[in-house]
Design a protein around this ligand. Structure first.
Ligand SMILES: O=C1C[C@@](O)(C(=O)O)C[C@@H](O)[C@@H]1O
Length: 804
């Protein structure tokens, strides 16, 4: 019963080879991948030239076709052989030859070889029409000599040269049409780096180390409750909803192949790429055996076709493969041998009449078989023709607990009938859910519940508790967080509340947090730094920055982090509190989104500027460091405060072995004493500027009247300016940058304060509830609430004027 050896789990450091035809985007992806994994990029073109002293064209011209072909394959093999670890290898056109493909086939027994392909129209842009068909046909042969594949979805450029509207709210804020939009290639980079994390197996550990309470760090099968959104290929081919409508509608997607259109393999690869890009949640890949509306197949045809379809899922590096363990051993073993890093959901699916009863011993044997085969999850589903009392399933689960030795793979078990799943609470994890407005006549689970209703039921059945969440600080009455979080609770079926409470003493903060129904809080001044000594458990980011802005109660029964994470949404006495910082990660998200490929961070060159020296400026500096920037300047009106912050990060960086790349002192942070100073000549002008000074005068500090001295604005490639203030939204800096963009250099992108504050609330919501945030909704509510506040303020001042 031992599982067959996994033939596709390679050493984490094995070189990754990229193959595919011209125009597929291998070079760009290779570059992104090398940066992400900190590996060397080897390109075939360059390797050929380095080895032979001639470019391929020159070699061909000088030595003729035959000699070139011989030399080419020899160099190709040598390139693979001498770079077995630590590289990303980009293959050129040689990979289209039979001999090179044999070499790749062999290489793929020890290394990942990724076939990169994309929309035909995109490839066509690089080729003559005559060549296209032939090349595309030849290109598909790459499938046979690779063990992974990546569909490089086209990333459309921003509509107005990098400055599309970033809001989808339609609210008429003064910056409408002027916010930063996602920079070109950002999505491609995010998708591809996530794919590489799957291939190298570092994804889950990385997320966990980064932030143990983040949504991505606890896989759905280990959450206290989780739901799989069913998306059928037949539906996706012709969907009647927008992708954004599926945001936060499940903890993962179950992608069901129930339709066989022409060009099926490429259609599937594209749909997987779309789900990844648009929803960013784990994917369960399920091949339906007898899809409605498709022809019947002979058993042999069915086996061959389904095995190929499952193989495709494994090649695409999906998170979970759903495998029917009732199919014959050879079929099952093939999938297990090729599983790579995808988790296996072992299925026992009784569809017909006479499904095995829960009390039947063979059900227990089924579970043990799945366990023996190394399945990460076991899914047991019964189609009932009559009522199946809930106690029978409960009895099975109890027996399983007693009889089966640990470690037990998590169990998904439910009964369903023509009326759908019996109740959405039968299984704790990976319960099937659907979108409320999705119509699909091919689905025989037509009446499955929605994520909203399933979650709402958990509260109604007292399995989860309504909690109170807060934003706490001395100036929080205008905070946009209560509106954003409350809208998200409504969307998700959570009866929580979120309030702003003005307070400034630790005693008062304690009073609020010690309540049994305290769910968590966003902190602002004066607590961000003041709370540090009172917290035993903090994320390492919060410790490095020296500030906390999200506080969570820890209610786990044991000290295990997973136990604490799974106690979110439950009331009771808190044993401890956990402090995290989402200010830095929100700034980082906004910078990443807006930065153009020309300004990607190069540690040896890129320069960043942070204005201010408070808690937010610390977060901004940390975000720059995390992005890889090693030359950071700080400007603050009161220079000694800036010196203190610079000192803090220079000391911290020294303990981490992070050093500056310029000047003898190796310091990463430096202070600019005055605005009249010219930009230091040894450094490039900044391409990332983050202004962290409040726009309105709070606590007697000076309001944000900061503008960039012209000498500091000489970056020939422009850059990104992030303004954190949003009262007013058009600060002097924002107005200045709009003018610069319109009249001097169009390559500057401006990110306004509302974009950043919405991002902060999104991340805080996910940490506090453990659920994906409805991002689009929260961003819309952010702008609309801000608009309403502005209007109220205008009306207030008009009334005040008229009463004179
Ligand atoms: O700065 C902010 C914004 C905020 O104060 C708000 O009101 O939403 C919440 C804080 O946690 C965050 O650091």
């Amino acid at each position: 019963m031992a599982p067959p050896k996994n033939e596709r789990a390679f050493e984490a450091n094995s070189s990754i080879v990229l193959v595919g035809c011209r125009g597929a985007g291998k070079r760009t992806l290779g570059f992104m991948g090398a940066l992400h994994l900190r590996r060397r990029l080897v390109t075939e073109e360059h390797y050929f030239e380095k080895t032979t002293g001639l470019s391929r064209g020159e070699y061909l011209a000088r030595h003729g076709r035959e000699a070139f072909a011989r030399q080419d394959i020899e160099v190709f093999k040598r390139m693979l052989d001498s770079n077995r670890t630590g590289c990303i290898i980009e293959c050129g056109m040689s990979s289209l030859t039979g001999e090179a493909q044999d070499a790749l086939r062999q290489y793929s027994s020890t290394n990942p070889v990724v076939y990169i392909h994309r929309e035909k129209e995109q490839i066509a842009r690089h080729l003559d029409a005559a060549d296209l068909q032939q090349l595309l046909k030849a290109d598909e042969r790459h499938r046979s000599c690779s063990n992974f594949e990546y569909y490089n979805l086209y990333d459309p450029p921003n509509k107005s040269g990098g400055h599309i509207s970033g809001t989808s709210s339609g609210a008429s804020t003064p910056l409408n049409g002027r916010q930063s939009g996602p920079s070109k290639l950002l999505s491609a980079r995010e998708d591809f780096t996530r794919f590489l994390d799957i291939v190298t197996g570092r994804g889950a550990t990385k997320a966990w180390l980064e932030s143990p309470f983040s949504v991505s760090s606890v896989p759905p099968e280990f959450r206290s409750y989780s739901y799989a959104l069913r998306l059928r290929l037949s539906y996706l081919m012709d969907m009647d909803l927008e992708w954004e409508d599926f945001e936060a509608r499940g903890d993962c997607v179950e992608f069901i192949i129930d339709h066989w259109p022409d060009d099926l393999m490429n259609v599937i690869a594209r749909q997987i790429a779309l789900i990844r890009r648009k929803l960013g949640i784990p994917i369960i890949y399920h091949v339906e055996e007898n899809p409605r509306g498709e022809r019947r197949r002979t058993p042999e045809e069915k086996d061959a076709m389904d095995a190929d379809l499952l193989e495709l899922g494994l090649r695409l590096g999906v998170d979970y493969i759903s495998l029917d363990l009732q199919r014959h051993d050879e079929f099952v073993n093939r999938v297990l041998r090729h599983r790579g890093r995808s988790k296996i959901i072992g299925n026992f699916w009784y569809m017909g009449f006479g499904a095995l009863a829960w009390q039947d011993d063979r059900q227990m044997e089924n579970y043990k078989r799945a366990q023996g085969l190394g399945c990460e999850v076991v899914r047991m589903v019964r189609f009932c023709t009559n009522d199946s009392p809930a106690e029978l399933l409960e009895g099975f689960k109890k027996r399983l607990q007693q009889e089966v030795p640990d470690p037990k793979p998590p169990l998904v078990a439910y009964d369903f009938s023509v009326l759908g799943v019996r109740t959405p609470l039968q299984s704790r994890i990976l319960n099937p859910v659907k979108h409320p407005d999705m119509e699909n006549e091919r689905d025989h689970l037509a009446t499955v519940s929605t994520y909203y209703h399933s979650y709402e039921l958990l509260f109604r059945q007292f399995l989860l508790d309504p909690l109170q969440f807060y934003v706490l600080g001395s100036h929080v009455s205008y905070s946009l967080s209560p509106a954003m979080h409350s809208a998200a609770y409504d969307f998700c079926g959570m009866p929580h509340t979120f309030q702003d409470v003005t307070c400034s003493t630790i005693d008062r903060l304690n009073q609020i947090c010690l309540s049994d129904s305290f769910g968590g809080a966003s902190l602002t001044a004066p607590f961000k730094v003041a709370i540090m000594p009172h917290l035993k458990v903090k994320s390492h980011h919060a410790t490095a920055i020296g500030a906390v802005n999200v506080l969570l109660p820890l209610r786990g029964k044991t000290s295990a982090i997973l136990d604490h994470a799974n106690s979110r949404n439950k009331a009771g006495p808190a044993r401890e509190f956990f402090g995290d910082n989402t200010d830095w990660s929100s700034i980082l998200t906004c910078l990443r989104r807006a930065i153009s490929p020309r300004n990607y961070v190069q540690p040896s060159k890129t320069t960043g500027l942070v204005v201010g020296a408070g808690g937010m400026a610390r977060a901004a500096i940390y975000a720059l460091i995390q992005l890889g920037c090693r030359n950071i300047f700080i400007y603050n009106r009161t220079a000694p405060n800036a010196n203190q912050v610079a000192q803090h990060f220079n000391d911290w960086a020294a303990t981490q072995g992070i050093v500056g790349t310029k000047g003898g002192s190796h310091e990463i942070c430096r202070v600019l004493p005055s605005l009249s100073e010219p930009w230091p000549r040894a450094y490039q002008p900044p391409t990332m500027v983050i202004s962290c000074v409040p726009a309105t005068s709070a606590n007697g500090s000076a309001p944000a009247d900061f503008e960039m001295p012209l000498d500091w604005l000489r970056s020939p490639t422009g850059g990104v300016v992030v303004e954190l203030a949003y009262e007013p939204l058009v600060t002097p800096l924002v107005a200045q940058m709009h003018a610069v963009r319109d009249h001097m250099s169009p390559s500057w992108v401006v990110v306004d304060g509302l974009e950043v504050v919405a991002e902060m609330a999104i991340e805080a919501f996910e940490l506090m509830t453990g659920r994906m945030a409805p991002k689009r909704l929260m961003k819309e509510v952010c702008r609309k609430t801000w608009e309403q506040q502005q209007q109220q303020q205008r009306q207030g001042s008009e009334m005040a004027m008229s009463s004179y």
